[in-house]
Design a protein. Structure first.
Length: 255
């Protein structure tokens, strides 16, 4: 990633539960970082790249899923604090559409350089954020409102944790983690029945047992197999399913 990679913006696939307003803010701040640091004469600053924004595998997602804006940087490092002459691979310094100001093929690099890049990235982002505070405040309100409207508009309305789950210990641990995230969890006082759309697993395509050897040579059986694989990749149709949950079931409402 020489020298600074603003990978908050990242690349696809994007997590569908993230509000598009947030992903647009990621792009806005990331490209503003690239622009400001390029003006300062700092090569090797870029965004986009290979990091995907699907998996909530970083603590920044605590902010991202609570209508805040997360930031994530990666910088070039050394094995220690000493200044070292570093030589890059051609893939690390070649110019791309998202890296118009690539790093130098060879440079002396130290921990100070690393810290300077990180600090400059943060300060320029905070400066832009402060200068456009009303816009980000309005977006914060809209993200909160849209998160409440989303369950009714497109679902799901809630997640249900059945009281008769065969792994109550694992369920309790998950619920405790959700509570640490300030999720509001309810508990049913009586049994209840719901009907929801679920996806059924598609049955495996049957092979044509009566295919002749000539047909096999012609590749007809291979075509059928290929067709079966394509069908397996397509989204499975949903069907309504009714289920009754016992009293004591936990409910995590999404509104």
């Amino acid at each position: 990633m020489p020298y600074l990679y603003d990978n908050t913006a990242g690349d696809g696939p994007f997590n569908a539960w993230l509000d598009p307003i947030l992903t647009n803010e990621w792009e806005l701040l990331a490209w503003q970082n690239v622009q400001d640091m390029t003006r300062f004469g700092m090569p090797g600053v870029f965004t986009h790249g290979t990091f995907d924004t699907w998996s909530p595998g970083y603590l920044m997602f605590i902010a991202a899923t609570h209508n805040g804006i997360s930031r994530l940087y990666e910088t070039f490092g050394n094995s220690g604090a000493d200044t070292v002459e570093r030589t890059l691979l051609s893939a690390q310094y070649h110019r791309t559409w998202y890296r118009q100001n690539p790093p130098l093929p060879r440079a002396k690099w130290s921990q100070r350089n690393n810290n300077n890049y990180e600090q400059t990235g943060l300060l320029t982002a905070l400066s832009y954020f402060g200068a456009n505070g009303q816009e980000f405040l309005s977006n914060f309100y809209l993200k909160a409102r849209r998160s409440i409207e989303k369950p009714r508009a497109e679902g799901p309305a809630a997640y249900v944790f059945a009281a008769d789950d065969p792994r109550p210990g694992a369920q309790a641990e998950l619920l405790r983690v959700l509570q640490l995230q300030r999720c509001e969890i309810h508990r049913a006082r009586a049994p209840f029945t719901v009907t929801a759309e679920v996806r059924r697993k598609a049955s495996k395509p049957k092979k044509d047992e009566d295919a002749t050897s000539d047909e096999k040579k012609d590749g007809k059986e291979a075509d059928a197999s290929s067709s079966g694989k394509d069908a397996a990749k397509r989204p499975k149709p949903t069907v309504p399913e009714t289920r009754t949950y016992p009293a004591g079931t936990y409910i995590l409402r999404m509104d």
